[in-house]
Each structure stands twice: as C-alpha cells, then as structure tokens.
Design a binder for this molecule. Structure first.
Ligand SMILES: [Zn+2]
Length: 270
C-alpha cells in the first residue's frame, strides 16, 4: 500500500519520540546519570538531588501501574513498624543463640563502619549467616554477615559491602519494600512487577551512592567489589532487583573521578 510523505514523516517523528522516551525511561529506571567533571563542586549535593529526582520518577511509575502512592506506602509502613520490630527482634534473639560468633577481626571492621555511618552498635543486631553468594545482607534491624565470603574480598571492598547494607538499614528499605508488597497483593502482571522492581533498583542505587559519599575508601571499595563481581558473573549478568554490575561500576568511577579530581578512561565520564 502506497503511503504519503506526510505519513512517513509522522511515522518517523513518532518513532523518534518513542525511542527518546524509551531511552529516557531506561535511563531513569536503570541508571543514576553521571555528573560531569566541570560540575565537580558540591557533587555530593548533586548526587543527593539526583537520588530524590529518581525517587520521584520511580514513585510515579509505581503509582501509575499499581495505584499505590508513596504516601500510602509510608503510612502502611509506619502502622506496621512496631509490630514488625517486635517480631524481628524476637527472631534475631533466637538466631543469635544458634549462630556461631564472628571473629574479633570482623567485629573490629564492623565497629569502624558503624562509626563512619553514625550508627549506635546497640541499635542493631549483627548475625552471622550463610549468604549463598551474598557476603552481607540487611533488614531494618539486622546486619547479616557471611564472614568467610566477606573476608574473601579486599579490605576496601569489605568496607563498601558493609556500608551499602548500613544504608539499607538507615533508609528502612526492607520494611518500606514489605509495605509496598503488602499493598500490591496481585503481582501477576508484567507492568506491576516492573514497577515493584524499580523500587528495588532505587534502593540499591541509593545504598551504593550514599555509601560511596562517605569517602574514598568506600568509593574504591565499590569499584573493587563490582569489578570482582563482573569478572565472576560476566558483563551482561543481571537480576531484576539490582542494577547491572557494569552500571554500578560506571557510577562508582564517576564518583571516584569527582572525589579525586582525576580522569579515568571510561566513556561514562565524558
Ligand atoms: Zn543492597
């Protein structure tokens, strides 16, 4: 069927707009945009602002696909917090009874990181666990550590791994995620699942970024940790709840470059 030039023009315009929109959505969902070197001044504030912008975009997506607003989610989170705290603390007590002790070396490491993040050691439980590939994990009340796995990484990576988990604790990521999942019982829909995944992505990117903004040892630790992961998992490895490892390395190298005022040969820093 013959089509007019006007039709082709509209079609091409529509295609261009659609690809720009999809590229924008991809970037918003998966990447925290890098800051250019010329904007080095106050890059910590700029990254905090970018996280807030990303949070707004993520919640717009969640509300569009699930009908749940951020306010509703936080309200639900608050109303369950006391009950959850009691339940988790009780379960931690039981797990601590059965867990084998962490070595003094690891305890010392944890103490340093807790201090860097201004967390009172009495306010959280530290429980050894078998991470099945995760050297550490956290809910709002607990830092779980797979000591053998954690100590297999270089020291700076150990700092970052723990720092990342402490940001999850400080941001109450676990209980906020639980509140959203409570409010969205039906997950049998691709758009709903992708909206829920976008909250996980946000929480992971925030944990990476805020941990690195604590200073150079956390930034270097992030690069070291993710480069090891990338070698192990391959460049294109991806799980729905986490940003791609290559994107996390790109973010870490951008922050390293801004913090150290040096150039790293990486396309993302242009
Ligand atoms: Zn995480």
């Amino acid at each position: 069927m013959k089509k007019t030039n006007g039709f082709y023009f509209s079609f091409l315009t529509l295609a261009a707009i659609t690809s720009c929109f999809l590229a924008y959505q991809y970037q918003q969902k998966n990447l925290l945009p890098c800051i250019e070197k010329k904007n080095k001044k106050n890059f910590t504030d700029q990254y905090s602002q970018k996280l807030t912008q990303k949070e707004n975009v993520v919640w717009e997506l969640i509300t569009t696909h699930t009908g749940v607003t951020q306010e509703q989610c936080l309200k639900n989170h608050q109303s369950h917090l006391q009950q959850e705290t009691t339940m988790y603390k009780k379960s931690n007590k039981q797990q601590l009874k059965n867990a084998k002790k962490l070595s003094p070396k690891t305890h010392q490491l944890v103490e340093v990181v807790l201090q860097d993040f201004n967390i009172n050691p009495q306010s959280i439980d530290i429980i050894p666990f078998k991470g099945e590939g995760s050297p550490a994990a956290a809910d709002d009340w607990t830092l779980f550590i797979d000591e053998q796995d954690l100590l297999s990484y270089p020291l700076e990576a150990q700092y970052f791994i723990l720092g990342h988990e402490l940001i999850h604790i400080q941001s109450q990521d676990h209980s906020i995620r639980c509140a959203l999942h409570r409010l969205v019982p039906n997950k049998n829909n691709k758009n709903i699942q992708s909206a829920l995944d976008s909250l996980d992505h946000l929480q992971e990117t925030r944990a990476d970024t805020l941990a690195m903004l604590k200073g150079d040892k956390y930034i270097q630790g992030s690069i070291s940790f993710f480069e090891i992961l990338e070698k192990r998992e391959g460049r294109n490895f991806e799980i729905a709840s986490h940003p791609k490892t290559s994107d996390r390395i790109m973010l870490a190298k951008n922050i390293y470059s801004l913090n150290n005022d040096v150039s790293i040969k990486n396309n993302a820093l242009a």
